[in-house]
Unconditional design. Structure first.
Length: 326
């Protein structure tokens, strides 16, 4: 068996960011294994044109399998992936982060009697096989997971894989006929929305301004919203302030919230506990503002400012607006 099959989620003519990251990661790993990375898309083929499917070649996929069926539901995708793996002998199935990826991956593992690892943050090649790395014990340790089954299922953590573009040509597109199980078609999509309670999807934001208990109260987030607006970003929050009712749950980052990887993560009044760190440590640049010079967040920040955020944030907002001409 050889090859890596990646599920690519699409919506309104675009592929999900985490799916693109998974395709890019699959292509990297396939290259090291001396094999190929293929992708699979499921949905209304009238809206899945050759050009859209072939565009996955820009992220390293050499072939895209296209199956007519319900998109956004787990069981039909399980049927489609099981069919393609059975016909072409893929050794691994790879998913980007997200609830749908978890559900499909778990269902596929059960269908194929395959080993599965979730919340994967890195994958490496070792002795001609893939080894998944998964944080454990509240992300204080990392476990290396090896596969003994014929097929290995790898489900990444949100934003774990970078959606890097490759120099490859357009991917070949191949239609595949799938015989769906009766139970797979029992559910139907009533409505679909990419957002979950917030105007801005923090998982896709390039700039995030996050607030913690150091803000003092819910009103403290007003200054963060002004700074985020000036920077063209979004506002995020820690679990403590969300639990206190200061900000929306949709903005929560951390072990029990969302995982993000923006280009800039500005943390205001956040101590940097391990539960929060695991949700934002992949950020490209981390800037922290905290009056406690011994706050743990300074240990992994690229730039740390010790001082009163209520004085610093407004001044920073003014400076950014002045730099951008208001």
């Amino acid at each position: 068996m050889s090859g890596i099959l990646v599920y690519a989620l699409h919506y309104e003519g675009e592929f999900n960011k985490n799916s693109l990251g998974a395709v890019a990661e699959g292509a990297r790993l396939a290259s090291e294994l001396g094999t190929e990375c293929h992708a699979i898309v499921v949905g209304d083929t009238a809206g899945l044109g050759d050009e859209l499917c072939a565009s996955l070649g820009a992220h390293g996929a050499t072939k895209v399998f296209r199956a007519e069926g319900p998109e956004g539901l787990a069981q039909p995708v399980v049927d489609a992936m099981a069919t393609v793996i059975g016909q072409h002998g893929h050794r691994y199935a790879l998913f980007g982060g997200g609830l749908l990826g978890f559900e499909i991956g778990a269902g596929l593992a059960a269908r194929l009697d395959a080993g599965v690892c979730m919340e994967v943050t890195a994958v490496r090649v070792e002795d001609g096989a893939l080894v998944a790395e998964r944080p454990i014990l509240q992300d204080s340790q990392v476990a290396s997971v090896h596969y003994r089954s014929d097929v290995g299922v790898i489900i990444g953590r949100l934003n774990a894989f970078e959606a890097a573009e490759a120099s490859g040509a357009d991917a070949a597109v191949e239609d595949v006929a799938v015989e769906y199980q009766p139970h797979s078609l029992k559910a139907s999509m009533v409505t679909r929305g990419e957002q979950r309670g917030a105007d801005v999807n923090i998982e896709d934001a390039d700039v995030l301004v996050a607030g913690g208990r150091g803000l003092g109260n819910a009103e403290g987030f007003e200054q963060l919203e002004q700074l985020a607006g000036a920077l063209g970003g979004a506002v995020a929050a820690t679990r403590a302030v969300v639990d206190a009712g200061w900000y929306s749950y949709a903005a929560q980052i951390g072990q029990t919230g969302k995982t993000v990887a923006p280009k800039l993560y500005l943390a205001a009044g956040i101590s940097g506990a391990i539960q929060h760190k695991v949700g934002m440590q992949a950020s490209e640049n981390i800037v922290a503002i905290n009056k406690d010079a011994n706050a743990p967040i300074f240990e992994f920040s690229d730039l740390g400012v010790v001082g009163d955020l209520n004085k610093i944030v407004p001044k920073l907002t003014e400076a950014v607006k002045a730099k951008r001409g208001g």
